[in-house]
Design a protein around this ligand. Structure first.
Ligand code: LMR
Length: 355
């Protein structure tokens, strides 16, 4: 019988093999301590990237693109495992898991950083603050966007990039044509005080729910309606629970790609640089596909025949803009009046020009 000392290296290696992907090349018969330490030295670094949306969404596709590019650039020294659709963690849990190091990367919506204590991110939720994507880009690509990402460092996180999704629609089981149509409706929101205030401004009752719970809450009648991008609406099959959707474009939904700071800073310098380049390329990809994905998914929603898609004429849109405007002032203390002013300057936000 072999002694424990003789079989231990083989046993250790066999236990370790499945997660390194080396099983195919390993010859157990020749294993010894040198093989184990050699193999361990070459074990890939694993990045678990968790997110809550479907694979076929702007974020889902961007995460896959990052995986592809990162693994190719690092020639197998880094393995990226993407966990979509809340399969690993739900909204709140995923941020805790990242801080604890149970996952290494996430891309939560910008509306989810308030509970972490970085309330300034909620500026992205201010209704109608971005007249278009170009205005948004001036904020995310400029000093405001950079300074916001820096604020995450004190929370043990590193802000690496912004990924786009798009402007939001609102849905319910009744047509939403005017702000008054929202009166009394229980509307699912993300955990942002600005979104809470936005719903209250039109007499709706906001209800914070994790993204993974939205469809069942709509089906079970826990909430009457919700707001999201067409892409999230379609890929979560919300058309099975909502008869009407209005293209309000009242708010923006985008993401900050973040990493556990200790993990990222401990990476070998060459690998970190390769990953940063892969992320830049994945970001370009994400931001180039988002608008089209949403436009296609809006058509796909129409094609289901289950949800009627309503658009607003300029006067109807103006009524929503005016109804939501008080939210900006109400949230000035929370976000910072100066910061809001800087964003106004970057986006040329000017309600006086609305007419
Ligand atoms: C939501 O909770 O509605 C979104 O943040 C989901 C997502 O990540 O796009």
């Amino acid at each position: 019988m072999k002694s424990v000392r003789a079989i231990l290296p083989t046993a250790l290696l066999l236990a370790w093999m499945p997660w390194t992907g080396w099983a195919a090349t390993y010859n157990a018969a020749s294993a010894g301590w040198a093989d184990v330490s050699n193999a361990l030295a070459q074990a890939p670094i694993v990045i678990k990237f968790s997110h809550v949306v479907a694979k076929d969404t702007p974020k889902g596709k961007a995460a896959e693109k990052f995986r592809e590019l990162a693994e190719a650039a690092t020639k197998g020294r880094v393995k990226v495992e993407v966990y979509p659709n809340s399969t690993l963690y739900k909204d709140k849990e995923e941020l805790e898991a990242l801080q604890l190091g149970a996952v290494q990367m996430l891309a939560p919506s910008l509306a989810k950083f308030g509970p972490l204590g970085v309330k300034e991110f909620e500026l992205f939720d201010l209704p109608y603050i971005f007249p278009d994507k170009a205005a948004l880009d001036r904020v995310t690509d400029g000093p405001i966007g950079r300074d916001l990402l820096k604020k995450l460092e004190s929370k043990g996180l590193l802000g690496l990039a912004y990924w786009d999704n798009g402007f939001k629609v609102m849905s319910a089981n009744k047509p939403l044509r005017t702000p008054a149509d929202l009166q009394g409706l229980r509307m699912r929101i993300q955990p942002s005080k600005v979104l809470d205030e936005q719903m209250r401004a039109v007499g709706a009752v906001p209800q914070v729910l994790a993204f993974s719970d939205v469809l069942s809450a709509l089906k079970g009648g826990l909430v009457d309606g919700q707001e999201n991008t067409a892409s999230n609406f379609y890929t979560q099959s919300m058309y099975t629970a909502q008869k009407y959707l209005t293209v309000t474009d009242h708010g923006y939904l985008g993401y900050a790609v973040i990493a556990n700071r200790k993990f990222w800073e401990a990476l070998p310098g060459d690998l970190r640089s390769l990953l940063e380049v892969a992320l830049l390329d994945a970001t370009d990809h994400a931001n180039s596909i988002a608008a089209q994905r949403n436009a296609e998914d809006l058509q796909a929603i129409k094609a289901t025949g289950k949800t009627q898609v309503l658009t607003l004429n300029p006067a109807e849109k103006l009524a929503f803009k005016k109804a939501f405007l008080p939210v900006h002032r109400a949230m000035a203390d929370r976000i910072g009046a100066d910061l809001i002013k800087q964003v106004y300057a970057a986006t040329q936000f000017d309600p006086k020009a609305w007419g």
